[in-house]
Design a protein around this ligand. Sequence first.
Ligand SMILES: Nc1ncnc2c1ncn2[C@@H]1O[C@H](COP(=O)(O)OP(=O)(O)OP(=O)(O)O)[C@@H](O)[C@H]1O
Ligand SMILES: [Mg+2]
Length: 497
Amino acid sequence: MKLIYQQMLSFFFVILTTILIVSATIFSYSRNSAYQQTWTQLEGYADNLRDDAMQVTNSQTGQTKDLQASFLRDLEFVLRDQEVSFTVYDATNTRVYGDPMVSAPALNKSTWKGLEQGKRYRQETTQNQTDLTPSTKKRGPARTFVIVPWFYNNKMVAAVIVSSRVTQIQASIDQIKNNLLIAVIVSSIAALILSYFLARFQVSRINRLRTAAHQVAEGNFEVQIQSHDRDELDELADDFNKMITSLKVSNEEIKRQEERRRQFMADAAHEMRTPLTTINGLLEGLAYDAIPEESKGQSIELMRNETKRLIRLVNENLDYEKIRTGQIPLHKKEFDSVQALHNIIEQLTKKASDAGDKLKLHAPDKLTTYADYDRFVQIIFNIMQNAIQFTQNGTINVTAKDDYNSTTFIVKDNGIGMTEKQVRNIWERYYKADPSRKNTKYGESGLGLAIVHSLVEQHHGTIQVQSELNVGTTFTITFPNKKASEKNDTNHESGKK
Ligand SMILES: Nc1ncnc2c1ncn2[C@@H]1O[C@H](COP(=O)(O)OP(=O)(O)OP(=O)(O)O)[C@@H](O)[C@H]1O
Ligand SMILES: [Mg+2]
């Protein structure tokens, strides 16, 4: 059964039960008071007519000499509308007056005793029990009656039964019954309507929760349910809102982590491609005997270095915890960057000559640089690779120099260059200045400079680019020296706090 009907039914039963209880109470009260009223009236007749109905001659014995039957008959005639009738028993419990057709109970011993003690009896009679006239044994009409003793000089001289037909009482009771029935029907209809609205109100509140839950299930975490802090349903709405908020937070966290994972995977793949290409080239050279005997040792050394770098890269980049927290620690140390540049140039010479480019290095014999060695190689390699990629038959000048508290590296080419708009966007992930520049030879993911930029930032270094279309491009990168870098690190740490 639908909730609305369940609610309606329960509301309806509660209201209906209340109505029935109230009606029953009113009915019983009205019926009682109708009887009480009649009895009081009948007792009033009995009390008032005593002296007129009885003529007591002997005041000593209290003996009834004469019952004024004509007086009682007249009185019955006067009160015929109410159908009042009298039955009188004398001191010996002998019926001395009364219409034999009218029902009146015989007075048994205990009633008589009670009467002698001054008790009065009131009886709601029913036809079955007492409406049999003693003489005729005929069923008469239902009557209600009172039994009142008459005393004279503290001695009971007679007992009178004053009775009246119950038709009138019955009529008023029937009237009350009818009224109550109408009241019950009307209020039941009202109760039905009221319970429908009450149920609809409650069910609509539950439906609001249902709709919201449905929306959340479909991935909408923006829903919020209004709550007025009134009852348990409002509390439920509050809890529901809290649940949505935390679901939203964890959903965002999942998305963020997925994005980070994707980014790390892409970066790692990008960086692994370079050493793998170098190794592959050297292996092919060895396989086809294209490498002179005296250079073979050097080639093998280069391959070893590149495989080691590859292993380090895999260890660093693919560590799940690092991907999750978005941190790749830098192992900064001082090293000779000129040596590193020689290595890089050696690896790129083939690519450069394939493009008809010359690589020139302008550097002192030794230049101490403070950085993560692998990341440094990654940065310079990317920049130089780009220079070769976008320069045909040109020259790429690489300059390394020591500044006051940093080391600076400049990679200058005279290739195709970029427009101002292109320069503004090159740091964005997946940005390719011009899709027509696509050159599958070196991979074209548009990730290189984004990675370079983030790595330089992690070193607290700077990277700048100057470029002119069809003239060339110059990248300038600086790495702070050890002292400056450590100062930067402490500033950065305290800034975080
Ligand atoms: N030296 C350069 N001369 C001209 N354009 C350049 C130069 N370096 C970068 N660009 C432009 O900047 C874009 C972004 O460079 P980035 O290195 O990020 O990506 P990519 O080289 O296209 O792809 P990859 O991810 O393989 O490096 C390049 O596509 C290119 O258009
Ligand atoms: Mg690139």
